[in-house]
Design a protein around this ligand. Structure first.
Ligand SMILES: NC(=O)c1ccc[n+]([C@@H]2O[C@H](COP(=O)([O-])OP(=O)(O)OC[C@H]3O[C@@H](n4cnc5c(N)ncnc54)[C@H](O)[C@@H]3O)[C@@H](O)[C@H]2O)c1
Length: 465
């Protein structure tokens, strides 16, 4: 039995034992004895990457209600981010945040030091920019730690191959791994998936996804920060850091649409371009239009845009031979999932079905209010750890990240890109990301004209920049 498994077993035993004591005590009317073993039953958590999402994920971890849990270590490359995160978490969770100064770590090796505070069976949270995911996951698997890691978990072909291999090792060690594609844990979407599988809207003929906003890329680097730290701070702007906005933002809908379809797309054909740049120096396109093809020929039409002054749909829809469904109405939560007899027309119909009553009759709607999927993904992970249930989302997370990169590469190169091509692509965006120090050069260098290399579809065809 693995160490992690052993630990989970003792937790199960503990729950049984303490349950027994409490029941017996109630009968006898005696005082519940102090249970020293409670300490062993505590799941310890380390947070690596103390920004917005990391702080949120730690807070959700500490809010799981099925047993003692505490945050014991934190790591970041920016001290001010760690301090802000610590102050917020401490204020909200009090004693469950047990992170004295000597368990707060700053630097590119902070992840090791933070995880060294854990024992097998505890949980490490990775919420740094995605480029570091395989580096941190490697160490967690080596140490026998359970993991919650934010999406995307890879940014290119080489990092996907690394995470897929690590996913196998984690499985062999019976580690529990959650990946922050929280929509998969939304109870409404889960019911929608069963309804689609049961044929409520017939055979799927097309799927649509949209994520649009006025997001702006990073401007030129200011004085007082190194090139490396600037690119890390502005990771959405640089493909090595995050896979760009395409990977970092669009993965959710590409994943939820593919989940509804029950397959990963096998190829992508795409257009995209840069329009109004202002002083933005990032590597992203301003718009993306991608046609993904599933193994049976069904298409997912995905549109992304980063441009102010336009409508900003953030939604996904499935169309079937008998009807249609809304997977996301606007943003991730609440999903407000619904099915219709007939076809939903457009975004307005999605928001207000009464607008299309003659064309599409609503069949079913998930009851409101919905539970928060960011909490549900933690409830599910901690439950699996305490009960030692199989739980490993790493492979699925890597596949979702890969098909997302497939669409991005298709737009950036102007070529049709297949699943095998992106998986076997040799362009590694950040070789040596595991060896970075505060003094390292950034993986992306400015060109002589002061701009960063950007995609040139049709001109550069086998790599994105
Ligand atoms: N599931 C979701 O809906 C969701 C929402 C937001 C963000 N995210 C994901 O969470 C991750 C973080 O995003 P964010 O919005 O919190 O960004 P952020 O910039 O607020 O936080 C990232 C933190 O990681 C730190 N960091 C960077 N490199 C590090 C390293 N090598 N070691 C330790 N710390 C390091 C940064 O200093 C920063 O504090 C991304 O992968 C993002 O896609 C997911």
């Amino acid at each position: 039995m693995s160490e992690a498994n052993n630990n989970a077993t003792s937790r199960r035993e503990f729950i049984k034992t303490t349950g027994g004591i409490a029941a017996a005590t109630a009968v006898a009317g005696a005082v519940v004895p102090h249970v020293h073993a409670a300490e062993d039953n505590t799941i310890q958590v380390a947070l690596v990457g103390c920004g917005g999402r990391g702080t949120g994920a730690a807070s959700q971890a500490l809010s799981v209600k099925n047993g003692p849990i505490k945050l014991v270590a934190m790591g970041d490359v920016f001290e001010n981010r760690l301090t802000k995160s610590y102050d917020g978490l401490k204020g909200r969770h009090g004693d469950r945040v047990d992170v004295p100064d000597d368990r707060k770590f700053i630097g590119f090796d902070a992840y090791k030091k933070a995880m060294d505070c854990l024992k097998p069976g505890d949980v490490a949270i990775f919420a740094t920019p995605p480029t570091f995911r395989w580096v941190h996951f490697t160490y967690a698997v080596e140490k026998g730690l359970n993991v919650f890691m934010e999406k995307p978990v890879t940014v290119d072909g080489p990092s996907t191959r690394k995470i897929l291999a690590l996913a196998e090792k984690a499985k062999e060690k019976n580690l529990k791994v959650g990946v922050g594609l929280m929509v998969r844990h939304c109870r409404g979407r889960q019911e929608l998936k069963s309804r689609i599988d049961d044929g409520e809207i017939g055979d799927i003929i097309a799927i649509r996804g949209y994520r649009m906003s006025g997001w702006r890329g990073a401007g030129p680097k200011p004085e007082g920060i190194s090139e490396l730290l600037y690119q890390i701070q502005k990771f959405h702007s640089f493909l090595w850091g995050s896979g760009g906005v395409y990977s970092d933002f669009y993965i959710h809908q590409i994943d939820e649409c593919s989940w509804m379809k029950g397959a990963w797309p096998v190829q992508a054909h795409a257009t995209g371009g840069r329009h109004y740049r202002g002083d933005a120096v990032d590597q992203n396109f301003d718009s993306y239009a991608v046609e993904y093809t599933y193994p049976d020929g069904t298409k997912l039409f995905y549109s992304g845009r980063n441009m102010a002054g336009c409508p900003n749909p953030f939604a996904s829809y499935v169309h079937g031979t008998k009807g249609s469904a809304i997977v996301s109405t606007h943003a991730h939560a609440p999903g407000k999932v619904r099915t219709f007899e007939g076809q939903i027309l457009d975004d307005a119909t999605a928001r207000d079905p009464s607008l299309a009553r003659d064309k599409a009759k609503m069949l079913w709607a998930y009851p409101q209010p919905e539970q928060n999927p960011y909490q549900l993904e933690w409830d599910d992970l901690i439950d699996a750890i305490r009960q030692d249930l199989p739980y490993n989302e790493a492979k699925r997370g890597a596949e979702a990240s890969l098909v997302t990169s497939m669409g991005r590469m298709a737009a950036h190169t102007g070529q049709i890109i297949t699943y095998d091509q992106i998986l076997n692509c040799e362009h590694e965006f950040a070789p040596g990301v595991d060896k970075l120090t505060m003094d390292s050069d950034a993986p992306l260098q400015l060109k002589e004209d002061g701009t960063y290399p950007s995609p040139l579809p049709g001109l550069v065809k086998n790599r994105e920049y």
